[in-house]
Design a protein around this ligand. Structure first.
Ligand SMILES: [Zn+2]
Length: 422
């Protein structure tokens, strides 16, 4: 084993312990921790002592003696909410969502700020993001120095290891080192990640995929995004760009995609694809450049026409369901998930494409898998971004191990110990 081996193992065990407590609604005993993580009682004791000393965990008397029967009450462990604060940012084509979350993932503040990132250069957007985070942190009455990390979600092809955005509908140009632009503005570490991966983490830590080992998450809004949980972890691939389901290819010489290629999945399943199909039916779409709200308004009108029984418009969504079903069936055959979660954004239309999607999946998934996964549809709100960004930052920081002395979370723990002592 290399000299770094034991430290790495310790950090992963540390992450396992913290993550297990989160998955158990922030209340678990040492013996339950050992049982769930498979670590020995001695290892759990050592990690827990460390985490209590650091200020990350709080020990409490059992709140459930009645169900445990007589005898010595179990001591339960909880995450200390103020051990760490995390700022989250989601950059969309029409707004920036900023949030502040504590160590348990509880959202303290969240704000939606109208903004057209495409109108800004990348460095001006970085300045705008920094200002928005400062404003949000101030609103929560927290000092910026108490923020331990900032997670930023961006749609498109994002290399999370370097924070480089190779392509995104929110940037005018390609290959932007966005984390590098943000770093000088914050003392805390910056993590830039694909936005669908943030949704996936939020579903895995707090939502419909909580604690599952193998999950496919598909996001449907202006584009079609995806994230994969494989063996209990977010799958990112060699360059951190996986998993771009929306840009898997369906047809040769298909319709042009936002990414610059053609025939991608999202050219049949995303909001812009629905508008293109509606336009072919004669639905009026202005030729001028449309902003997000104008596109959303048009999409809602198309949904209403289908809901009102117009056959042509109903077929647009049925076709969307078939393509989506085909793509999901391929993913299910490839990965063998326990669950598929579809997350819908501002426009809800699963009642129009759902049947076609499910029957296509049923037809195309290989026989042994047909009855061995479920499919859930989730209509998300902006809180999903806050929780996803928090999950990302907490995961990165938890895995790094204990924080250096003087780091915000340590200072918070010291303050807490001082205030308890006084
Ligand atoms: Zn594409």
């Amino acid at each position: 084993m290399s000299a770094r081996g034991p430290a790495i193992i310790r950090n992963f065990n540390r992450f396992d312990v913290l993550h297990t407590i989160r998955l158990h609604d922030n209340q678990i005993s040492r013996s339950e921790l050992a049982e769930v993580t498979g670590l020995s009682q001695a290892t759990i004791s050592s990690i827990v002592s460390h985490l209590i000393e650091e200020g990350a965990l709080i020990e409490e008397g059992s709140l459930t003696p009645a169900i445990r029967g007589r005898g010595r009450p179990l001591v339960s462990l909880r995450l200390a909410p103020d051990y760490m604060y995390v700022a989250g940012v989601k950059i969309a084509t029409h707004q920036i969502v900023v949030s502040l979350t504590d160590f348990t993932g509880h959202i303290l503040t969240s704000e939606n700020i109208s903004c057209e990132p495409l109108e800004l250069t990348a460095s001006r957007l970085a300045a705008f993001v920094a200002k928005a985070v400062r404003g949000c942190v101030k609103k929560a009455h927290i000092d910026l120095t108490q923020v331990s990390g900032v997670g930023v979600g961006v749609p498109g092809f994002v290399d999370c290891s370097s924070g480089t955005v190779y392509w995104s509908p929110v940037f005018q140009t390609r290959n932007i080192e966005f984390a590098k632009l943000l770093r000088p503005k914050f003392a805390a570490p910056i993590f830039v990640e694909n936005d669908a991966n943030l949704v996936t983490l939020a579903e895995h830590w707090f939502g419909l995929a909580k604690g599952l080992k193998h999950v496919i998450v598909i996001t449907i809004e202006h584009g079609t995004g995806s994230g994969l949980i494989i063996n209990g972890s977010l799958f990112r691939g060699a360059r951190g760009i996986g998993a771009e389901f929306g840009h898997t290819k369906l047809v040769f010489d298909g319709p042009p995609c936002q990414c610059g290629q053609s025939g991608c999945m999202e050219t049949h399943t995303a909001g812009f694809a629905i508008l293109r199909e509606a336009q072919a039916l004669g639905f009026p779409i202005p030729s001028k450049k449309l902003d997000y709200h104008a596109r959303l308004g048009l999409l809602q009108q198309v949904v209403e026409r289908a809901e009102n029984g117009d056959q042509g418009y109903r077929e647009i969504f049925q076709k969307m369901g078939q393509y989506l079903g085909l793509g999901i069936a391929n993913l299910v055959n490839l990965i063998n998930p326990e669950r598929v979660v579809i997350c819908e954004g501002a426009v809800t239309c699963s009642h129009l494409y759902g049947d076609a999607m499910r029957s296509t999946i049923r037809e195309m998934v290989i026989a042994p898998l047909k009855d061995n996964f479920d499919l859930l549809i989730h209509h998300w709100g902006d809180e999903v971004w806050a929780r996803g960004a928090a999950s990302l930052v907490l995961q990165e920081l938890d895995q790094r191990g204990s924080l250096p002395m003087g780091f915000p979370a340590r200072k918070a723990a010291k303050r807490r110990r001082r205030s308890r002592a006084s």
